[in-house]
Unconditional design. Structure first.
Length: 477
């Protein structure tokens, strides 16, 4: 049994802004089920929601602050969570990165530097908890200073740093570095300095023993200028210590057989029941009820990264075909307005719900025939995996985790039963439209279409599978 300190800035269901919280709420749970001793450490934000008891453990002193360590559990599990409690840093309304008005915290660097320092005290067993980890597993830039600070310690635990999205790096002016009173020996171009700025993420990339990211393809992509955000050289240099492990999904929560959010449950042996979800979706969104017309679903942030601009350019041609499009998401206001224009001109074919609605998200996964995910980059992606679980055939661009989880439908993959969707290469409207047409042609061949659905529904995307890959990595450290 290994002792693992899992360092994160968010964990579902305590607090969530994105995919990092899903991983932090699922991977530790899977590791504990496989017999590891895991403790999650995260800041004690004001907005944390928990039904579990929270108790005081100890007080540590770092950088002139007295910081309490509190203990609770991940709700509904046996996973221990240690909360870093510093009211002057974290006891404010808002999420981990934005205040209650939606503006980035002005003291983000100070908040997460303090969090990293306390984590180091815990990792070195100097926080009166009588527990020293074998491995400290850090996630994204907010924990990037932990491997850097641990590199200065004698007899330290091994460190892993997982990149969930290279686009977010924790970059601050060099004056911030001075104000944080960080050790001088870390400040150089081969340390945490990046073009005369403080880079939190470099702390993880330079000093951790191993680097992982959330898909094998993304691990390759971040070594290129297009996806490396100026750190591709460093990542190439460390490529022998870099690997990609696909995120799992919560297979209990996203399960068409037991999902309470969908009108009709089903599995791969009862796929004939899936169309009842399509009817319910069409009724809820006031679209003409027609079980023969293909419904294309999309659940996404409306930003360029997700390829929304490609979809907008394809929509005029798409709408010449017999189909319906249902979209759930929010983001760029001009994208939202463009989409509304299509609703106005084609109310019988397009439905848009701005915002986020968990029940509707499950209904779209269950009720749509095709799921659209033409991202420009996607470190892992989850909706293409949910779609396969629900017999909804994904159309994706060949990037990151999308490339690793969807097998393109060609004669060879159809004959060997590995085809699960439609994959296109170039981030262009023409390439996307060609993939959509391929899907619409096959949709008219029910036997082949059912084969695609069953292939996708049979794949194993459980966290246990991913956790076993992490355990293999831990054992090599």
């Amino acid at each position: 049994m290994k002792k693992i300190l899992f360092v994160t800035s968010e964990a579902h269901p305590l607090i969530k802004t994105g995919g990092l919280a899903d991983v932090s709420g699922s991977l530790p749970k899977a590791l504990v089920e496989l017999g590891e001793d895991v403790r999650i450490i995260m800041p004690n934000y004001q907005d944390i929601k928990t039904t579990e008891e929270v108790r005081y453990l100890s007080t540590v002193y770092v950088n002139n602050y007295a910081v309490n360590i509190l203990e609770t559990r991940l709700p509904g599990t046996d996973v221990i969570v240690w909360l870093v409690d510093s009211p002057e840093h974290f006891n404010f309304p808002g999420n981990p990165y934005l205040d209650e008005h939606g503006n980035p915290w002005t003291n983000s660097a100070a908040r997460f530097a303090l969090f990293c320092r306390v984590t180091v005290e815990v990792a070195m067993n100097r926080s009166y908890l009588d527990w020293k980890p074998d491995i400290v597993h850090c996630n994204d830039w907010q924990s990037g200073l932990v491997p850097a600070l641990l590199s200065l310690e004698y007899s330290r635990p091994a460190t892993i740093f997982t990149i969930h999205n290279m686009a977010y790096q924790g970059l601050f002016p060099n004056a911030t570095y001075l104000s944080l009173n960080l050790p001088g020996q870390l400040w150089h171009p081969y340390g945490i300095e990046f073009h005369d700025m403080l880079s939190f993420i470099k702390g993880g990339l330079v000093y951790s023993d191993r680097i992982t990211t959330v898909s094998p393809t993304y691990a390759e992509e971040i070594q290129t200028a297009e996806f490396g955000y100026g750190l591709e050289g460093l990542l190439s240099y460390r490529k022998d210590f870099l690997s990609g492990i696909i995120n799992g999904i919560d297979v209990d929560y996203w399960n068409p057989e037991t999902d309470p959010n969908i009108p009709q449950t089903f599995n791969r042996l009862t796929l004939n029941k899936k169309p009842l979800n399509k009817t319910a979706l069409q009724e809820r969104l006031s679209l003409p009820v027609d079980k023969n017309i293909p419904v294309i679903g999309l659940i996404s942030r409306l930003v360029e990264q997700k390829g929304i601009d490609l979809i907008l350019k394809c929509l005029p041609e798409m709408l010449t075909h017999p189909l319906q499009i249902v979209l759930l998401g929010n983001g760029d206001k001009s994208f939202e307005q463009h989409l509304y224009n299509f609703v106005d001109s084609h109310p019988d074919k397009v439905s848009i719900t701005i915002g986020y609605d968990e029940t509707l998200a499950h209904m779209i996964e269950a009720g749509a025939d095709i799921f659209l995910m033409p991202s420009r980059f996607e470190p892992c992606g989850l909706n293409q995996i949910y779609s396969q679980r629900y017999g909804t055939v994904p159309i994706v661009r060949k990037t990151g985790g999308l490339a690793d989880t969807v097998v393109d439908t060609v004669p060879e993959t159809l004959s060997n039963n590995t085809a699960t969707g439609f994959v296109f290469n170039e981030a262009s409207p023409g390439a996307l439209m060609e993939a959509i047409k391929r899907a619409l042609i096959l949709y008219d061949h029910p036997k082949t279409w059912k084969k695609l659905q069953i292939n996708g529904m049979q794949k194993d995307y459980s966290w246990i599978k991913s956790a076993q890959q992490y355990m293999t990595l831990y054992s090599h450290l």
